[in-house]
Design a protein around this ligand. Structure first.
Ligand code: HEM
Length: 464
């Protein structure tokens, strides 16, 4: 392994780009926005492939080969991106706002009933929105079998893609070893995970089809127009149905842990930074005057938008971008980047670059807002959603879901440090599980209604 790092005539900082050679594969890590955007945005025709090696366990053995995030650019990938473009662009997602608001209200109710379970509640509120907006299927509050099914599918896919875990990813020929063979534990795991991944793809879509057949599929879900018009009128309905089925399952798998990470980090940030919470409450109180926020307040609550952005910057859900691969030889700043090189944007480093973000470790939403004391706001953390043609297909939906949920919680609750038996405040260490995504480790905090009036507001708001 070599780590040649070079400052170039292009004026790059010495750690802009790091090249590593692992077993003959050239890996390029870009540590700044400039280098990442130069390659992945400006040269996206070259750098939009995904790796062809190292995913045997996930793709071949567990059957997660339909996921758009790992598809090569081509007809299938383009068709999937069209599904997202149609259903998740900024105008289209406005029809999911009712669902998002209702889910936020249920979330508030759950926080009131069992605040100590807030980690579990975050998963439910976001899963509920992702399922309904995609398939038009209403889920139960907690222990919903559909949510359990799709969650198992996502867990299986994430486990199967763990880098370096499975020898079969390095030696794909091993995929032919039978499950009974001594040491073929990976085959036995794959058999179980394959079933879960299969259900993630098929179960919710079949439910949506059943609703459509019974004329009960609601208009405010993505499956509706596809099942009613696009699939039946397409030249190849079987193929088109497969594309849509995969895209919607892909939305759940790509959208759940990422948004859950942000919402859980929000509770961490509020516990650690009470002044930020107070500032958000001041903004909401002055705009909403005793009611819960809704989407009519969307443009009037810039500080809440800034909180969502700051969480994405402070602890990005995807700290190392999904790997891109190059489709042809290229030269960048004097380096030769051969065809097939892997390019990983170091999202964490980009969003903690002290040259761009002052005091990057501290949580400071106002860095994004123009004011007399901050005439030049810092740039939005767009890198958190990736780059170029592979940029996150659900970024607008993610922002809206998080905005309404966070605004609702801040409006109704105080989130403060829990106390130990001796009455001392417990400062959460802010630890994360690091993997393909980073999710906060469970921590304690106290979540209580701001007043009796706020409690009544929450109790009166549950309308699901
Ligand atoms: C805060 C929440 C989210 C974050 C931080 C996030 C981040 C990302 C990142 C970093 C990528 C890789 C981009 C690249 O390769 O350059 C990605 C891809 C993707 N995301 Fe998201 N995401 C979020 C939520 C969502 C949601 C809610 C959906 C669906 C509704 C979604 C759908 C996708 C899809 C389909 C891809 C694959 C795109 C492709 O490979 O062409 N994401 N996301």
């Amino acid at each position: 392994m070599s780590l040649p790092t070079r400052s170039t005539d292009g004026g790059a900082k010495s750690s802009d780009i790091v090249r590593i050679n692992v077993l003959g594969t050239n890996i390029v890590v870009t540590n700044t926005l400039e280098a990442s955007a130069d390659l992945l945005d400006k040269r996206s025709l070259i750098y939009s492939n995904r790796p062809t090696h190292g995913l045997t366990m996930m793709r071949d053995l567990c059957g997660f080969d339909w996921a758009v995030a790992f598809a090569q650019p081509g007809k299938y990938w383009r068709e999937q991106r069209k599904v997202y473009q149609r259903e998740y662009h900024p105008q289209a997602i406005k029809r999911y706002r009712r669902t998002e608001t209702q889910a936020a209200h249920t979330f508030l109710h759950n926080l009131l009933a069992s605040p100590e379970d807030f980690f579990r509640h975050t998963r439910y509120v976001l899963g509920q929105v992702l399922i309904y907006s995609a398939y038009g299927v209403k889920t139960k509050n907690h222990d919903d079998p559909l949510i359990a099914t799709v969650e198992h599918g996502v867990e299986a896919a994430v486990a199967a893609m763990s880098p370096g875990q499975f020898l079969v990813d390095i030696l794909p020929i091993m995929k032919y070893i039978p499950a009974w063979f001594p040491g073929a534990e990976f085959q036995r795991k794959a058999k179980v995970w394959r079933k879960s991944v299969h259900k993630l793809l098929h179960v919710p879509f079949t439910l949506a089809k059943n609703l459509q057949d019974a004329s009960e599929l609601p208009d405010d879900c993505a499956a509706k127009s596809f099942l009613a018009d696009v699939i039946p009128s397409s030249a190849d309905p079987t193929y088109m149905e497969y594309v849509v089925r995969s895209a919607l399952a892909g939305a759940y798998s790509a959208g759940t842990d990422t948004t859950v990470s942000v919402l859980q980090s929000f509770f961490l940030a509020m516990t650690l930074y009470p002044d930020v919470q107070k500032e958000a409450q001041r903004e909401i109180d002055s705009v909403c005057r005793g009611r819960l926020p809704d989407f009519s307040d969307y443009d009037a609550l810039p500080y809440v938008h800034a909180i969502v952005k700051e969480i994405l910057r402070w602890n990005p859900a995807v700290p190392l971008n999904i790997v891109h691969a190059s489709a042809q030889d290229d030269v960048y700043r004097g380096y030769c980047i051969p065809k097939g090189s892997l390019v990983v944007a170091n999202i964490w480093a980009i969003l903690h670059d002290p040259a761009v973000y002052a005091d990057p470790e501290s949580f400071c939403p106002s860095r994004f807002l123009r004011s007399d004391t901050n005439p030049t706001p810092e740039p939005d953390p767009d890198a958190a959603y990736g780059f170029g043609r592979r940029i996150c297909a659900g970024q607008y939906l993610a922002h809206e879901m998080l905005w309404i949920t966070i605004a609702s919680v801040v409006a109704a609750f105080d989130i403060v440090k829990a106390k130990d038996e001796a009455g001392r405040e417990i400062v959460p260490p802010g630890e994360y599980h690091y993997g393909f995504m980073q999710l906060p480790k469970p921590f304690r905090c106290e979540i209580r209604p701001r007043s009796v009036e706020h409690e009544k507001l929450v109790l009166g708001a549950v309308d699901l």
